[in-house]
Design a protein around this ligand. Structure first.
Ligand SMILES: Cc1cc2nc3c(=O)[nH]c(=O)nc-3n(C[C@H](O)[C@H](O)[C@H](O)COP(=O)(O)OP(=O)(O)OC[C@H]3O[C@@H](n4cnc5c(N)ncnc54)[C@H](O)[C@@H]3O)c2cc1C
Length: 246
C-alpha cells in the first residue's frame, strides 16, 4: 500500500490590514442635535440647518472645552482584518467599544500570516519612551521575511498535524503565532474613536504625541479616513484642537 500524496497547504503572507465600514449612523448633525437639546429642548432638530457657521462653531467649542458626551450619539461598525498582535493592543480600548472576533475554537484557523513589506521601518533606536524607528538594510528585510515565513510554515504544519490526529482546535491553536491574521467587528462612536486615534496614530497636529506600533496605526488610519467622510466638521475640530478626545 502506498501513501496518497497530500497537497501542501497554501500559506498566504500579507503585509496589509483591511478595514471595511460595515454600517454607520454617524453625522455632524448628531453632535449638534445632542448639544442643542440642552438649550433648545425638543425644538433642537429644527435648528440644525439654520446656520451652518454657528453649527461649525458649536462643534469646535464642544471639542475645545471637552464637552464630550454630544460626540457619543452616533455609531460606526468596522470589519477589520489584521494580525492577532494588533487585536491584542486594540482590545485594550475598553470604553465605548464593542468587539466580536472570529473563533479559534469553533472553526479551523486559516493560514494567513503577517510579513512586513519594505516600507516597514525595522530598526529601533534610542531608549524607552524615546524610540525612533529607522529603515532596515536589505539584509535585515530579507532575514525578517525568510525567518517569519519559515516559522509560520512550521507552526501551521504542526497545527494541521495535531488537527489530523484528532486534537481539538482550541488546544492545537496554541502552536500558532501572533502574526496570524484574525478578523473582528468593532463598533464605536466618534468620542471613543477619537480617544483611540489620539493614542494609536502619530500625527503632526497632535498636542500630545503618541508612539504607536505601526501596524495598529495602519488600522487607525483606515478607520480615520472612513470617519472623516462621515463627520467632516467633527473631524476638522478634532484636528484643530490637537487630536485630543473631548
Ligand atoms: C504607545 C502605547 C504603548 C502602550 N504600551 C503598553 C504596555 O507596554 N503595556 C500595557 O499593558 N499597555 C500598554 N498600552 C496600552 C495602554 O496602557 C491602554 O491600555 C490603552 O492605550 C487603552 O487606553 P485607555 O485605557 O485610555 O482606553 P479605554 O480603556 O478605552 O478607556 C478610556 C478612558 O476611560 C477611563 N477609564 C477606563 N477604564 C478605567 C478604569 N478602570 N479606571 C479609571 N478610568 C478608566 C480613562 O480615562 C481612559 O482613558 C500602550 C498604549 C499605547 C498607546
Amino acid at each position: 500500500m502506498t501513501d496518497t500524496p497530500t497537497e501542501p497547504v497554501k500559506i498566504d503572507f500579507r503585509s496589509d490590514v483591511t478595514v471595511e465600514l460595515v454600517k454607520s449612523a454617524a453625522a455632524d448633525s448628531d453632535v449638534l442635535w445632542a448639544a442643542r437639546v440642552s438649550t433648545a429642548g425638543e425644538q433642537s432638530l429644527d435648528e440644525l440647518q439654520k446656520d451652518p457657521e454657528r453649527s461649525k462653531g458649536l462643534i469646535n467649542y464642544l471639542m475645545r472645552d471637552r464637552h464630550g458626551s454630544p460626540f457619543e450619539h452616533n455609531s460606526m461598525t468596522f470589519f477589520i482584518s489584521a494580525p492577532i498582535f494588533v487585536f491584542r493592543e486594540f482590545m485594550r480600548h475598553r470604553v465605548g467599544w464593542s468587539y466580536n472576533e472570529e473563533s479559534g475554537r469553533y472553526r479551523e484557523l486559516q493560514p494567513v500570516f503577517y510579513v512586513p513589506d519594505t516600507s516597514r521601518k525595522l530598526v529601533q533606536e534610542g531608549r524607552p519612551g524615546k524610540y525612533v524607528f529607522v529603515e532596515g538594510t536589505p539584509e535585515q528585510h530579507e532575514l525578517t521575511s525568510r525567518a517569519m515565513e519559515d516559522s509560520y510554515r512550521r507552526a501551521y504544519e504542526t497545527y494541521q498535524e495535531m488537527l489530523a490526529a484528532g486534537v481539538a482546535r482550541e488546544v492545537a491553536r496554541a502552536v500558532l503565532p501572533v502574526g496570524l491574521y484574525s478578523s473582528m467587528y468593532a463598533t464605536c462612536n466618534a468620542r471613543s474613536l477619537m480617544h483611540f486615534l489620539g493614542l494609536r496614530t502619530q500625527h503632526e497636529l497632535a498636542a500630545v504625541p503618541s508612539f504607536p506600533q505601526r501596524e495598529i496605526e495602519m488600522v487607525g488610519e483606515k478607520m480615520e479616513a472612513h470617519w472623516a467622510r462621515l463627520m467632516p466638521l467633527t473631524y476638522a475640530a478634532f484636528n484643530k484642537n490637537g487630536r485630543v478626545a473631548p
